[in-house]
Design a protein around this ligand. Structure first.
Ligand code: 2HG
Ligand code: ZN
Length: 463
């Protein structure tokens, strides 16, 4: 890369705090995937929208690719900079700009961590309801880029539902102010929704107006032990009918094994192949009694063999830790991750098919299933056996992912539910999106980023 180009940028925008420090290049050049060696050109930390536009114009003139960077907690390589790109970190654009009480919206900068956004909403007596374990590190800009989902999608939907407006800088340096907080706006294409989930390939999110809602009702958490996979759907059905569910998550005994080994407390002695964590409204005695009745009904039918219901916020947090601690407990094993979506009705057949494939192809793999049963989003983490070389492991996992992709294609599922395509899943995009769809996506990319400078190589390859 021409270091002269960097000198041009540093000369025209000295306030960018450009860094080429090797520690910074390493730190900002990767996300939570650990497969690529970070090799960015430099790190820029713009402080406002004008600086972001100036960076894009410089990138156009100098033909330098840009990688937007939030909390880099992504699991698909969407924030990886491994080919001399300029990383545009939004960590200095991390403020809440405005609260609008009439519209119940917060206007925020992209580098604001999700947890701080949630706290800001709570400070106004309201709720920003999108939530997941990486809340302390991930940022709202990254959440928008991947249309992040998480643990409360069954009640509140994905990030998309909560973005009332977004400002983006496109690959031509143009600033688009999309939807401006309107609830109804039937004036042509909703470009806001095109930007949400585009993984930084169409525009850089430089500001967002997020919608808030009423604070959550008092809730309790139930942990259930299930003797068989098919019971998952039966338990979900009865919970959905009889409780006001806020979350319905599951994990397997392998996930519990790792999370306990990582320091979590065993909730009860009974062991089982599957576990459910269900959060439900428990604001009054009737709702609490309904939860007990559901538990008893599940026991009677043999769908559940043991369980616990939280009696305090601390107990609820301890039960949630069993589910939310899974990713961290697996990290040291360098898992190969899959984040798939199927229609809820297709879950049992899909799980049976995939379990048969793993048993046939790689019976020695430690395969850890968990995720968001209530919205059809399953995480399948495959752990690297100690005696298998990295390259061989990836090759074997990619073989399984091809079979996974075929299985998904057959049932109309998706190779990415909430983590994005990034670098990790782009080989399999064609199993989820038709050639005609991908061609439309390429056309949109050409309009908004004609020079192909925005996060190139993510989602699909561009010339
Ligand atoms: C979760 O649901 C996250 O906990 C991470 O989406 C999933 O680590 C994973 O595979
Ligand atoms: Zn998830």
């Amino acid at each position: 890369m021409p270091s002269s180009a960097l000198a041009v940028l540093a000369g025209s925008l000295p306030q960018l705090a450009l860094s080429t420090d090797p520690g910074d290049l390493e730190h900002y050049g990767r996300d939570w995937t650990r497969r690529w060696t970070p090799a960015p050109l430099a790190i820029a930390r713009p402080a406002d929208i004008g600086e972001v536009q100036a960076i894009v114009r410089w990138a156009l003139a100098e033909r330098v690719a840009l990688v937007p960077s939030g909390g880099r907690t992504g699991l698909s390589g969407g924030a990886v900079a491994a080919h001399g790109e300029l990383v545009v970190s939004f960590e200095r654009m991390n403020r809440v700009l405005d609260f609008d009480p009439a519209d119940r919206t917060l206007t925020v900068q992209p580098g604001l961590p999700l947890e701080r956004l949630q706290q800001a909403a709570a400070g106004h007596g309201l709720l920003y309801p999108v939530d997941f374990a990486a809340r302390g590190s991930c940022t709202i800009g990254g959440n928008i880029a991947t249309n992040a989902g998480g643990i409360r999608v069954i009640r509140y939907g994905n990030t998309r539902e909560w973005i009332a407006g977004v400002k983006v800088v496109t690959g031509t340096g143009e600033l688009l102010d999309l939807n401006r907080g309107l609830i109804k706006n039937s004036s042509g294409y909703d470009l806001r929704h095109l930007m949400i989930g585009s993984e930084g390939t169409l525009g850089l999110v430089v500001e967002a107006r997020v919608r808030l809602t009423d604070p959550p009702p008092a809730s309790s958490v139930m942990l259930l032990a299930l003797p068989a996979m098919d019971a998952l759907m039966q338990v979900f059905d009865v919970c959905r009918r009889r409780l006001a569910l806020g979350a319905f998550e599951f994990f397997t005994d392998r996930a519990l094994h790792h999370v306990l080994a990582h320091g979590a407390q065993r909730p009860f002695e009974e062991t089982a192949p599957f576990y459910v964590v269900a959060e439900f409204d428990a604001a009054d005695e009737a709702q609490q009694a309904a939860a007990l009745a559901v538990f008893e009904q599940c026991l009677e039918h043999g769908w559940v063999t043991d369980g616990a219901i939280s009696q305090s916020a601390a107990q609820a947090a301890a039960l949630w830790r069993l589910r939310e601690g899974i990713t961290e407990s697996l990290a040291a094993h360098r898992p190969y991750k899959n984040d798939i979506a199927v229609r809820i009705g297709a879950i049992p057949a899909f799980m049976h098919q995939m379990q048969a494939i793993f048993a046939r192809e790689y019976p020695a793999f430690d395969v850890v299933w968990f995720g968001h049963i209530g919205d059809g989003n399953l995480h399948i983490n495959v752990l690297k056996p100690a005696d298998l070389a990295d390259a061989a492991f990836i090759e074997q996992c990619e073989h399984v992912t091809r079979l996974l992709s075929e299985t998904l294609q057959a049932c109309g599922g998706s190779i990415s539910a909430e983590h994005g395509i990034g670098l990790v899943k782009k080989k399999y995009l064609a199993g989820t999106r038709s050639p005609a769809e991908i061609e439309v996506m390429r056309g949109i990319k050409r309009v908004l980023d004609p020079a192909g400078l925005l996060n190139p190589g993510k989602v699909f390859d561009t010339p």
